[in-house]
Design a protein around this ligand. Sequence first.
Ligand SMILES: Cc1cc2nc3c(=O)[nH]c(=O)nc-3n(C[C@H](O)[C@H](O)[C@H](O)COP(=O)(O)OP(=O)(O)OC[C@H]3O[C@@H](n4cnc5c(N)ncnc54)[C@H](O)[C@@H]3O)c2cc1C
Length: 415
Amino acid sequence: MPSIVVIGGGAAGLMAAVAATEGGANVVLLERGEKLGKKIYITGKGRCNVTNLCAAEDFRKNVVRNPRFLYSALDKLSPDALVQLLAQWGCPTVVERGNRVFPASQKASDVTRAFERRLQRLGVRVSLNTRVSAIDTAQSKVCGVTLENGQSLPADAVILCTGGMSYPATGSTGDGYALLAKLGHTVVTPKAALAPLISEEPWVRALQGLSLKNVTLTLMHGKKTLYSELGEMLFTHFGISGPLALSASSYLAGLEPRECKLLLDLKPGLTESQLDARIQRDIGAAGKKRVQSILRGLYPERLADVMAQLCEIDPAREANALRREERALLVQTTKALPVPVSDAERIAAAVVTAGGADVRQFHPASMESKLVSGLYAAGEVLDVDALTGGFNLHIAFATGYCAGTAAAQPKDATP
Ligand SMILES: Cc1cc2nc3c(=O)[nH]c(=O)nc-3n(C[C@H](O)[C@H](O)[C@H](O)COP(=O)(O)OP(=O)(O)OC[C@H]3O[C@@H](n4cnc5c(N)ncnc54)[C@H](O)[C@@H]3O)c2cc1C
C-alpha cells in the first residue's frame, strides 16, 4: 500500500486525498490552516459555484491558459461525475443560469462538509495547522516531506495542492511555487486573473459607481482580438470591475497592458450606420434642443457628459448645429470607446492566480512531474486558470482526482 502525503486541504487536496485513499493508498492530508476548505467557504459569494455542466468543448473554451492540458483530467472526472459524487456524499446540487452548479442548500460550507464526511469515512488522517516547508527527494524520487517544525514525514508520493496566491488569508500564499522551484521545476510568473482593472484616466474614475449592462468589452493585443463579450461592467474609484472587466483581466495577465487596447462598445445592438441614423433622427426630433439632451437620450446622464467631453462637443450647443464630422466622431467613440488601463489589481485581490507550475513538466494523464518521480501537482498551483462559472473549482477537483487516482496506483501501472 503506497503512502501518500497530500499538501493542502483546498478543493484539489480534498479530492486528491479521497481519490488516493479510494485507490488503495495510505493517505495523510496536511493543511497549514486551522480548518479545511477555507477558500471554498468564500466561493460564489458563499454559495460555491462548484462546477459547470456545459459540454466538454465549451468547458475548455472557458479555460484561459493551457486548456489542452486538461483533456484527460476532465475526462476522468467530468462535471456530471462530480455532481454525482457530491450527491452520494450528501451534498445534492442545483443547476442555475449558464449551467452553473451550486449546492442545493446554497451553502459553500456544505461542499467542504461532504468532503470531510467522506475523508472520515475512509479513515484519512488529516493534520491541521501543519505547514510543509520542503518536499524531500532522493535520486530524483520523492521520499517524503519536511514540516515547518522540522519534523520529517516519509512518503512514496506527494500530491502538491497548495493553490495560488489569491486571497492569502485562506492559506494560499504561493508556498507551492517555492517548493517546486527547489526541485528544479519552472514556475511561470504568477499574475492576477479575474481581477478588477486599474485605470489612471480621470474620466474613468469620474464615472465610479456607474454600472453598464448590455455593452461589449473587447481586448485587443496589436491586431489580435483576445477577448470580446457582451455583458455587464462597473466603473469604480480605481478603474473598472464587473464580469466583463474580470474576464478581460484573465486574458491581459502576462501581457504588457500598454501593448493592449480595451474597447467598449456602448451600443452593441446597432451598427455604426444604424447608430448614425438614430442620432440624426433624434436631432430631427429635437428641434432647438441642446446636444446634451440628445446625449442623455443615448447614454446614462454621467456618461453622456463624459462622451461630450471626449468628443469635444459643447453640450450646450443646439443639437441641429452638430457637424457631420462631430456626429461621426460620436458614433465612432460610442462603438469603440478606448478605456485606458494601466494594470490589474494585485494578486491578493484577484479571484484566481494565473501562472504557476509549468504544465509542460507534468504528465496530463496523471499530473505526475516529469522531473521528479512520485511528485504530483493539482489545482491552482498549476499554470491553468479559467473564467468564472464554476470552471476553476472543477479544474481543482478534476486534477486532484486525476493525481490522487494515479498516485495510488502501483508504479508500473501508472501511464
Ligand atoms: C472570492 C473567490 C470566489 C471564488 N468563487 C469561485 C466559484 O464560485 N467557482 C469556482 O469555480 N471558483 C471560484 N473561485 C476560485 C477557486 O476557489 C479556486 O480556483 C480553487 O479553490 C483552487 O483550489 P486549490 O485546492 O487548488 O487551492 P486552494 O483552495 O487555494 O487550497 C490550497 C490549500 O493549501 C494550503 N496550503 C498552502 N500552502 C501550504 C503548505 N505549505 N502546507 C500545507 N498546506 C498549505 C492552503 O492553506 C489552502 O487550504 C473563487 C476564488 C475566490 C478567491
